[in-house]
Design a protein around this ligand. Structure first.
Ligand SMILES: [Zn+2]
Length: 154
């Protein structure tokens, strides 16, 4: 998301003292094992990789990323690649799942696109690809969100 000019400050919820100031906030919970250690070359298993909460049809700024599901989904293909690339490739895949959920939160939409990171479903090849990003429309929506933020402040 950085090529779009979106800047994030990450902090641990446990270290939050309630005195921080932020323009917008999203709380992300990473579940399971979030690294590429001890991958097994099993066939990929599909499942839900991440989700964002809704209440009465309104998107809430809370999202869960299921690291174990991402590992299981990519495991077979990731394990067959060069070992020195495992962490970076896995991390990029987790980042894409997170970017998808942050799109829902910041644009305040449950909508999906037919292509790119805002698709509802990914293939293993897309998540492992060097070049898999948001489409132009979603980039524009995120940029609009960001410029509104800069203009209106809080
Ligand atoms: Zn989605």
């Amino acid at each position: 998301m950085s090529p779009m000019g979106l800047v994030f400050n990450w902090s641990l919820l446990a270290e939050n003292r309630g005195n921080g100031l932020s323009a917008r906030l999203a709380v992300v919970r990473f579940k399971g094992q979030c690294d590429a250690a001890n991958l097994t070359a099993l066939n990929s298993r599909s499942g839900v990789l991440g989700w964002t909460y809704m209440t009465d049809g309104v998107i809430q700024p809370f999202t869960d990323i299921d690291c174990d599901s991402i590992r299981a989904f990519l495991g077979g293909d990731l394990a067959t690649g060069p070992k020195e690339d495992h962490e970076r490739t896995y991390g990029r895949a987790v980042g894409r799942v997170l970017a998808h959920e942050l799109y829902h939160i910041f644009v305040k939409t449950a909508r999906h696109s037919s292509r790119g990171v805002a698709k509802p479903y990914y293939s293993v090849q897309e998540l492992l690809s060097r070049d898999f990003q948001f489409e132009q429309k979603e980039c524009d929506e995120l940029r609009r969100y960001w410029s509104d933020l800069v203009t209106t402040g809080f």
